[in-house]
Design a protein around this ligand. Structure first.
Ligand code: RP5
Length: 168
């Protein structure tokens, strides 16, 4: 190879590289970028202690053949994580979010404030007020921030409801 051949030709930075058919990715490699197994529903909850109460949501989705993911995040304890997750949810391919929380259950409402996806809230019964605290916190959303409120400890219906949304 001569010196002229091995030295790259300087460019101005404004030149458009010539498009050749070889420069196009083939169909197989283009589709390899798409994760076809990505989840359609995000199940989030305010505490790891909520997991047993939220498991029926996952079971209902599994029985409907709908992929889901599970995350623990709290509107009060890890607010930045909730915002980050909910803002990215639609872009990541999720179609609905199920949010379970007990006590002053802000999680579903905060989720709905940061995504256009349908949010399904599950009030979880705590030690003191039988879930009335979480029920009111999730049901009494201000206009403009819609949250579907399930029954106290109604995670199964949350899964079924998400399946119906996806089936529309
Ligand atoms: C809420 O506070 C959680 O959703 C949970 O139901 C409740 C109590 O949390 P832990 O003290 O059990 O973590 O944020």
């Amino acid at each position: 190879m001569t010196e002229a051949e091995s030295t790259p030709t300087p460019t101005t930075g404004t030149e458009v590289p010539e498009q050749t058919p070889e420069a196009m990715p083939d169909v197989e490699s283009a589709f390899a970028e798409i994760d076809v197994d990505s989840p359609l529903v995000g199940i989030i909850m305010g505490s790891a202690n909520d997991k047993p109460k939220m498991q029926p949501a996952g079971k209902a989705l599994e029985e409907a053949g709908i992929r889901y993911e599970v995350r623990v995040m709290s509107a009060h304890r890890t607010p930045d994580l909730v915002v980050e997750y909910c803002k990215a949810a639609q872009m990541r391919g999720l179609k609905a979010i199920i949010a379970g929380a007990g006590m002053s259950a802000a999680l579903p409402g905060v989720a709905a404030a940061h995504t256009s996806l349908p949010v399904i809230g599950v009030p979880i019964a705590g030690k003191n007020l039988g879930g009335m605290d979480a029920l009111l916190a999730i049901a009494q959303m201000p206009p403009g921030v819609p949250v579907a409120c399930m029954a106290v400890d109604g995670a199964k219906n949350a899964g079924l409801y998400a399946a119906r949304i996806i089936g529309l």
